[in-house]
Design a protein around this ligand. Sequence first.
Ligand SMILES: *[C@@H]1O[C@H](CO)[C@@H](O)[C@H](O)[C@H]1NC(C)=O
Ligand SMILES: *[C@@H]1O[C@H](CO)[C@@H](O)[C@H](O)[C@H]1NC(C)=O
Ligand SMILES: CC(=O)N[C@H]1CO[C@H](CO)[C@@H](O)[C@@H]1O
Length: 541
Amino acid sequence: MAVSSRILLLSILSLLASAVVGHDGKQQHGVTYDGRSLIINGKRELLFSGSIHYPRSTPEMWPDLLLKAKQGGLNVIQTYVFWNIHEPEQGKFNFEGNYDLVKFIKMIEEHGMYVTLRVGPFIQAEWNHGGLPYWLREIPNITFRSDNPPFKYYMKRYVKMIVKMMKEEKLFASQGGPIILTQIENEYNHIQLAYKELGDRYVQWAAKTAVSLKTGVPWIMCKQKDAPDPVINTCNGRHCGDTFTGPNKPYKPSLWTENWTAQYRVFGDPPSQRAAEDIAYSVARFFSRNGTLVNYYMYHGGTNFGRTSAVFTTTRYYDEAPIDEYGLLREPKWGHLKDVHKALNLCKKALLWGNPGKQILGKDTDAQFYEKPGTNICAAFLTNTNSRVPATVSFRGQAYYLPPRSISILPDCKTVVLNTQTIVAQHNARNFKKSKVASNLKWEKSSEPIPTIEHLPIDSKNPKELYSLLKDTTDYAWYTTKIELDPHDLNSREDINPVLRVASLGHALHAFVNGKYVGEHTQSSPYIPVTYGSVKYIIYS
Ligand SMILES: *[C@@H]1O[C@H](CO)[C@@H](O)[C@H](O)[C@H]1NC(C)=O
Ligand SMILES: *[C@@H]1O[C@H](CO)[C@@H](O)[C@H](O)[C@H]1NC(C)=O
Ligand SMILES: CC(=O)N[C@H]1CO[C@H](CO)[C@@H](O)[C@@H]1O
């Protein structure tokens, strides 16, 4: 054991050294890390990151969104890569318009920000099929996200293609580009147990495959405690400052890849709210306890255009994020977080080069601080974890008032520049005026013939599953069946009540009997009794 761990450590140290300083002694491009932080082109930085997904907005919107992100104090944009829009049919690729990944990354670079690229290929993301293309399902003997040869073959091919595309455009930080982190898989731990040893082997394989592609920047796996070296395990969640058990090795930094700014919206639910104060508290807490990168999921949610959203989510995605669906600032969230980034940046030297320390101040209060001995570099975070009762604490001879569940940031260990519970950013002051464009839009109506049973392209004894029937090209289909009832029975027996059962919650359905519209099935009205002639039909979900 001792021998192998020494070899491991040595190889990691040499990796760090060779990437940062070349043989000629000059500083080189690339990203490495240690227990304190990522090291980008030889420099430590505090990283404030926000998720913006390129297919959820348009290239026309990108410059404005990125500018607002930068003004909000972000220096990293995180995005998934969406396999099923790029390769909707096997071997047919689309990187145009909203799907222009390279253009999006270059635009982020032009705005002076870095990129975290989450390649997946399974991404969840409340996206259709979690980003996996439909055709993958038709590969014989495939089992998704497992130690399964067909899946591994196609996954590797895809990840290699994306990495190659990035390399050709010189987009990795190791090539002078903006990409500082890449992610393989996504929250795999949610399903790992179900796959048993196949799952554990798959994690090892995925990490090894990713690392073998030699991007010159670290790979991460989120929520993956057993992420194999040199892959970094990262935290997803609302309160990583308190819930994250930390990197799985002392020589890996504490990174927070998803801090939910609200929650995605499910059909029928009200919009989710998360107060700016609560996000600010969690972010300050995370940085006060060794964190050096936070990512807001989402910073701009945008729109699930067309059929891209997962079956349970609305087309509007994280409208409550710091930038709303339309690209407008959501205040005071945007402004308060901007202030938090400023305050944390004032603590930068202490956070990145100081030694961490902790002092219990009272029952629910503590001070987390970073100090560099022999200098006046010192930053402190005074925390009240009690959500109901305020506290007055004494720290280094001075008294400080802490509102309930709040953190005061002291970049010099004396002066409070921000308390997370105290908002000075402006509140929303939006004005609306009627759009000239929208008032000129016209709705169009078209009708189409209802197909008869003789003209159906597919004839099947049992109902087909919609997804494989239509191969994910549309969700729209006619389904026709025939039930013949003996008129004599209908007249003489009361107990005959034909019933149409629709066992789906995510779709809309219109029902016709003998060519006549009889009702619709929706989420809000699952039970629709309809009468046609002397026969009563009930349509329900
Ligand atoms: C699929 O698996 C079955 C049973 O293991 C095997 O007989 C068959 O050859 C496999 N098909 C392909 C295309 O690999
Ligand atoms: C922060 O890092 C230091 C040094 O590695 C460690 O002693 C301490 O426990 C860490 N703090 C937290 C809250 O994880
Ligand atoms: C680890 C962690 O903090 N997870 C939280 C993330 O945020 C969601 C809500 O958006 C919480 O439910 C999780 O507990």
